[in-house]
Design a protein around this ligand. Sequence first.
Ligand code: C2E
Ligand code: CA
Ligand code: CA
Length: 567
Amino acid sequence: VESSGDPILILDPDGTPAFVNSAAERLLGTLDARGGGRGGLARLVLDRRRRRELLRGLGRAGTFQAELEVLARGGPLPVELRVDRILAPDGTPAGFVAIGSDVSERRATEQRIRHLAHHDPLTDLPNRTLFRERVEQAAENALRSGGRLALMLVDLDRFKEVNDSLGHPAGDALLCAAAGRLRRLAPPGALVARLGGDEFALLLPELVDDGQLGALAERILRSLAEPFALAGRSVRSGATIGVAILPDHAPSPDGLLQHADLALYRAKAEGRGRLRLFDPEIARELCEARELEADLHEAIGAGQLRLVYQPRIEIASGRRVGAEALLRWHHPARGLVTPASFVPLAEERGLILPIGAWVLDTAAAQAAHWVRRGGPPRVSVNLSPVQFREGDPAELLAATIARHGLPPEHLEVEITEGVLLQDTPRVLATLGRIRALGVGVALDDFGTGYASLSYLRKFPLDRLKLDRSFVSDLEADGSARAVARTVIELGHALGMRVTAEGVETAGQLACLEALGCDEAQGYLTGRPVEADALSDGGPAPRPRRPRRAAVAERARSSACGVSSRPP
Ligand code: C2E
Ligand code: CA
Ligand code: CA
């Protein structure tokens, strides 16, 4: 008993302590100091309610057990206390034994766990769970009192970039610094939370007018657009904000969060760095996207997807050198849906993997058919960045060409700069494996994104596709011409062929020829058509050869302003 670290007391039948061990002494003071008398120690260390409980327990069952606060020497102390009646051999009450154990550490741990469960460990801001609870409470109050509250979602614009390029510690520092700025800007009574990733939220329970809300959003956007000092550098991030108001935009906390989310989503789509207030139009469009998504799940199995093929010609000879496979969705109710409206959706919802596999399989089957029966000598297939991120296109290609017995040089893939911007070493390895299969790689939409020279040197590519936007402005706009010229020269310098996209007029073609561009693809030389129309001996006539003489004539006299001979 003496060596126990837990306080142990033996009490007379009237509650007067007869013995306390040294742990109890340390806790409660010596016996003399705490005194005895009726009620004894219990009277001194327990409040009145607990004392009554204890006496009742002892009277009924002879035992009492509770976690409670005792009035220890150093102040109130959480203790787990157990008191048992002691009976003499003849059955008469001989007193009590009380054993306590100090649970302050456990209490502190519990409190810490509660805090952790409700706060983000990095920024120590309330987390999604606590935020939701608070939104629910605030919504209840607002609905009861006829007030309004606003929910503001704040998303950092360049968090991922910082994380990827400067490393996770810098990413963490950015989150903490952003959290600090939000804390400082939040008006009194507002709750700032981190909902996850780079998404923060403000609950504004006492929204007076929209002007205030706009001014606050403005201050937040401005503050988060200021540079952050990270990893010894000055880095800019910026933010995008979505807001929904209760009851204006949603009558319930769930709806409020959802609608703020939609507003944010829309603000991002509109170009980031801005505030977007929810409106019903956003919800309607989303609803439509959901329907479309559900339909898209069915589309492959139901045979609603088809490929059309657009020929690519060599400018110098007018020869057809290949065809690009382009996806079409024949929706039973909506009719033809363009890829621009469903490919992004498929990418977002993970559907691009099965769709991409179907496209590749179908295009490879067509290419194999054309190898045997005559048709464009090469088929190119568009690959989505998501296929690189979530799948292994090299493996898919290997399996596909093997399945169709297709010589690999008849197949090519088109990728966009979005692919190159991903995790570089992995993408580099995948592209290397694709080329090792003997399948060509073209870079699509070149000139519109961020592809830097270093990417072009680092990644193995066969062909550059000059984006349509430069081609359409070729005749009218000197700077488009300068870009076209530069891209063509750059491509050649790096050993690539250059294809101009979206060639619609003879003047554009002449310009491109004068600039030394290798290939053209566009409505002028052939619209995307069903495969049969490109098969030699198929029902449709062969695509027209551009008339070289006329082309050269145009080039000389056109407003294009390029000499037809390279300088
Ligand atoms: P893209 O790869 O840049 O494809 C070229 C787009 O330009 C096609 O639109 C084509 O019909 C259009 N086009 C061709 N010549 C001309 C022209 O002379 N003038 C004009 N104004 N347009 C021309 P489409 O078929 O609507 O495809 C749009 C985009 O959808 C494609 O752009 C590509 O990024 C994506 N896409 C199409 N099929 C697939 C696919 O199978 N998989 C993936 N991941 N994306 C695809
Ligand atoms: Ca393409
Ligand atoms: Ca393109």
